[in-house]
Each structure stands twice: as C-alpha cells, then as structure tokens.
Design a protein around this ligand. Structure first.
Ligand SMILES: NC(=O)c1ccc[n+]([C@@H]2O[C@H](COP(=O)([O-])OP(=O)(O)OC[C@H]3O[C@@H](n4cnc5c(N)ncnc54)[C@H](O)[C@@H]3O)[C@@H](O)[C@H]2O)c1
Ligand SMILES: O=C(O)C[C@H](O)C(=O)O
Length: 338
C-alpha cells in the first residue's frame, strides 16, 4: 500500500462527482478499499458546468488527503475528457427524487443524460470498461446507456441493487440480533424500486456457529412475506422522509461492495445482487436490466441458475418485470422524441 506500487494506475470516471454520493465514495476509492491497497488510481470527475467551482473544492480535498494511491484527479464538464480510456465508469450523476416521488418519476429528467453519456462512453472508453449505473431510475438508465454504447460487451453493464441487498441483510440481522455478515444469499430480484422482490427463501443465517435457513431462524413467515419486504422496498423513501435528502453514505458503501466483488470475485457458495442485462434467465425478458443473484469469478459475472421459484415468488417477480418493461418503453419514447 504505497506509492511504490508497480501496478499501472486504472482510470475511474465518477459522474455527478460534485454531489453527495460522490463525496462519500471518493475517499473509499482513493484509500484502496475497492480496487486494492496496491492499485493506483486516476480519477476522472465529471459534473455539469455550473458545478465546476464545487468540483474544484473536491479536488483540493482529494489532494489534501495525501493518499499515495491517487495518481491524478481530473475535474471536467467534458464527456470526452471524462470517458477517455477509462477502465471503470461509475454513473452517479442524475437528479435524486424528493419526498413523495417514485424513482421512475425521474425518468424524463434523467434518461437523456444516459443517452448522451452512453454515446460518449461508446466512443471514448476502453472496450473492457466495467460500468455501474447508480443514478435513478437505475435499471432503466442502465438500459438506455447500454443501448447507446453498442460496441461495449453487454456483460460489462450493471446497475446498483446492492444497497437493497445490504438493507435486506440488515433487517434480518437486526431481527435476530446477529451481525449482518452472518446473513448470506439474500436476493433482490428486479427493479431498484418499490416493486423489487427481496427474497430470503434460500438465504441462511449463522446463529451460534450454525448456518440455518432464514425462514427457520426467524420463525415468522408472515413477517418475512409482508413487513420485511415492504420495509426493504420503501427504505429509500424512509431515508428521504427523515433526512430530506436521499441516502448517500449507504449508497456509496454499496457501490464499493458492488465494485469490489466485481473486481475480486464473490466468495465460494455465496452470491450478491446486481442489476445486469438479462439473458432470459428465470423467464425474464431478454435485454431488460434486471437484478438477479450473481456470482463472479475472474471478473466474469454469472447469474445463479436453478433456484426454485414457487407461485408466490413468480408473482412477485412478474410484478417487478412488468414495471421494468413499462419504464423501458417510456424511456425509449423519451430518448427518441427529440
Ligand atoms: N441505485 C441506488 O441504490 C441509489 C442510491 C442512492 C441514490 N441514487 C441516485 O443517485 C443519484 C445521485 O444522487 P446524489 O444524492 O449524489 O445526488 P446529488 O444531487 O447530490 O448529486 C448529483 C450530481 O450529479 C450532477 N449531475 C447532474 N446532471 C449531470 C450530468 N449530465 N453529468 C454529470 N453530472 C451531472 C449534479 O450536478 C450533482 O452534482 C440520484 O439519481 C439518486 O436518486 C441511487
Ligand atoms: O430512494 C431513493 O430515491 C434513493 C436511492 O435509490 C435509495 O434507495 O436510497
């Protein structure tokens, strides 16, 4: 973990770099918490022109951290500069929702950003770039981004549902008064929205040294099928109601978890939740950006296959798929109307 690392720096673009999530995220990246303690980084920091003054302040703070892994921080309002030769692209820049809104209410305002940035990503980024979309509505923005970046492999695109995954783990852990790390293999299916299906049917929890199915440990199917699910589905709105701002610290942590697992691989026999471009697994429309249980080995993402889907789960999955199809159609309309 020193400036004498022999590794070549990787280039990471963060969009929305003057915003609140980026402010929590940048330090963790610069500190080596995501890409490794021996991996130097060059940050490309994109925001809109009126935010260049604020972004300059963020760059001053990056310098003042004196972290040895940082080999450069480039503030810019130019998409070409931002996406040029990047290895990793974190798409955070977009309008957040306010109290009383659903995330899809942001679609008209945000989806055009992803059309423009997808086109630039296609032109300027490395073809191996690993892409994570965070800005809401995250799945549909990722769909549009990928559509406008056709030369980048489909498996390089993802959207963030790790925050929902972490929220689900935390709810189970709190209920059982254990540490969240003891909870494994929860799944977020579908959209990062209030139709998502937080599923713990194949999750386990380590209680007193023994891995036990979550349903057996909790012993309250009614809670698991109702309050648990709606708490996770509505957690983002609850944070906004309390903070008057959307989640940022927990979102930045989830971005780090998502990218660290993509970079290093998931643990044996464990999976995480990621929105990826569907290959039709579990009868989901091919091409939709859908959150699935995911395992990663040598940088390669695969959807966990063969999990049993009962009638109730199928209904939950259909509901979130239906919303994603509607969002996709609205997004395509919004991006082709001008
Ligand atoms: N997927 C998730 O789990 C998750 C979690 C939390 C927040 N979010 C979403 O992330 C987004 C950012 O949240 P935030 O709290 O950081 O918002 P914020 O308003 O604090 O920051 C957003 C930043 O993006 C910038 N921006 C706007 N348009 C841009 C463009 N075209 N190019 C580059 N930058 C642009 C803004 O100027 C601002 O600095 C929101 O859409 C929010 O809803 C998603
Ligand atoms: O809920 C929001 O709008 C912000 C974010 O997507 C979240 O889940 O906290």
């Amino acid at each position: 973990m020193s400036s004498s690392s022999t590794k070549e720096p990787i280039r990471i673009v963060i969009t929305g770099a003057a915003g609140q999530i980026a402010y929590s995220l940048i330090h963790q990246i610069c500190n080596g918490d995501v890409f490794g303690k021996d991996q130097p980084v060059i940050l490309h920091l994109l925001d809109i022109t009126p935010m260049m003054g604020v972004l300059q302040g963020v760059v001053m703070e990056i310098e003042d951290t004196s972290l040895p892994l940082v080999k450069g921080a480039i503030p810019t309002d130019s998409e070409e500069t931002a996406f040029k030769d990047v290895d990793v692209a974190l798409f955070v820049g977009a309008m957040p929702r306010k109290e009383g809104m659903e995330r899809k209410d942001l679609l008209n305002a945000n989806v055009k950003i992803f059309k423009s940035q997808g086109t630039a990503l296609d032109k300027f980024a490395k073809k191996s770039v690993k892409v994570l979309v965070v800005g809401n509505p995250a799945n549909t923005n990722c769909y549009i981004l990928a559509h406008y970046a056709p030369s980048i492999p489909r498996e390089n695109f993802s959207c963030l549902t790790r925050l929902d995954h972490n929220r689900a783990k935390a709810q189970i852990a709190n209920r059982l008064k254990v540490s969240p790390e003891n909870v494994k293999n929860v799944i977020i299916w579908g959209n990062h929205s209030s139709t998502q299906f937080p599923d713990v049917r194949s999750a386990t929890v380590n209680v007193n040294g023994k891995d036990t199915p979550v349903y057996d440990a909790i012993k309250d199917d009614n809670w698991l099928k109702n309050d648990f699910i709606s708490t996770v589905q509505k957690r983002g709105a609850a944070v906004i109601a309390a903070r008057k701002l959307s989640s940022a610290m927990s979102a930045a942590k989830a971005i780090c978890d998502h990218m660290r697992d993509w970079w290093n691989g998931t643990k044996d026999n464990e999976w995480v939740s990621m929105g990826v471009i569907s290959d039709g697994s579990y009868d989901i429309e091919k091409g939709l950006v859908f959150s699935y249980p995911i395992q990663i080995k040598d940088g390669k993402i695969s959807i966990v296959q063969g999990l049993k889907i009962d009638d109730w789960s199928r209904e939950m999955i259909e509901k979130t798929q239906k919303e994603l199809v509607e969002e996709k159609n609205d997004a395509v309309k919004a991006t082709t109307s001008d």
